[in-house]
Design a protein around this ligand. Structure first.
Ligand code: DC
Length: 258
């Protein structure tokens, strides 16, 4: 009988898990690079909390759009970022709809509403506002340190975003940067959207990816950057299993040096 890919990873996962308790793992990368997939699988394998910080920027954007707050009104959008109560929970066994976490905004389950094209179109603008970043970074840092100190119900945390290793938790001992070419990222996002019956063309998806890359990496505040001490993995031409294996190897090698 051949072992499943996950089985083959049991040993390195166990080895890593044994030396890492509690721990913060920071994962950054551009839109649709596969960072969420590797982050989620790592968190699941290690029994850590999975925290996709992008959902916080999406939650503020979604709230502005549904409450009639103009996206261009920086002050009003920033006020929302301070006042909203954004909660994340691991999915319940009954929630088998592909979610990695349940996101509540002021008590309402908005997990899938945050993926609406209108949120996609506006979230980069919202995430460039200084006060929005200040409010959300403070919340993310507090959560990361609570888990990092071992004061939480899980032994560690995997944070995924754009500025985790550079700004949110620059002191994180383990940092990954997951990358892929814009064309490959657009291809993956296009297939995802087509599976959801969304009427888009590949050219539109690629244009959107390039636009978001530009905003995310050219903004003055916390731009997308490779942290000096991050391990970069380009997964343009490999499977998610291979990327997970490389991530585990990189983390094991780093743990050995801590
Ligand atoms: O990863 P995502 O596509 O869900 O992120 C949504 C937006 O939030 C994206 O424009 C980048 C921004 N973001 C950010 O600026 N900093 C983070 N730590 C996470 C996301």
């Amino acid at each position: 009988m051949t072992a499943t890919p996950d089985r083959q990873l049991d040993e390195p996962i166990a080895a890593l898990g044994a030396c890492l308790r509690p721990a913060i793992i920071a994962i950054d990368g551009p839109a649709a690079s596969g960072k969420s997939t590797v982050g989620y699988r790592l968190a699941k394998a290690l029994g850590y909390l999975y925290f996709d910080t992008g959902v916080m920027y999406r939650a503020v954007t979604w709230a502005a759009l549904t409450r009639g707050v103009a996206i261009a009104d920086e002050q009003a959008v920033s006020a929302l970022a301070h006042s909203l109560v954004i909660d994340l929970h691991p999915p319940q066994p009954t929630q088998q709809d592909g979610r990695h976490a349940t996101v509540l905004v002021d008590g309402q389950d908005v997990t899938w509403l945050l993926r609406a094209p209108e949120v996609d179109r506006n979230v980069s603008a919202v995430s460039a506002y200084a006060e929005v970043r200040a409010a959300l970074t403070a919340k993310q840092r507090a959560i990361a340190h609570r888990y990092g100190r071992g004061d939480a119900e899980r032994a560690g945390i995997v944070l995924v975003g754009r500025d985790i290793g550079t700004v949110v938790v620059p002191d994180a001992p383990l940092k990954l940067y997951i990358d892929a070419t814009p064309e490959e990222r657009a291809r993956r996002r296009y297939h995802e959207l087509r599976q959801q019956d969304k009427a888009v063309t590949y050219a539109q998806v690629l244009a959107d990816i390039l636009r978001r890359d530009r905003i995310d990496s050219e903004r003055t505040l916390a731009p997308l950057r490779l942290a000096a001490d991050a391990v970069r993995i380009d997964n343009s031409h490999q499977s998610a299993d291979v990327t997970l294996k490389q991530a585990l190897e990189a983390l094991c090698a780093r743990v050995g040096k801590l």
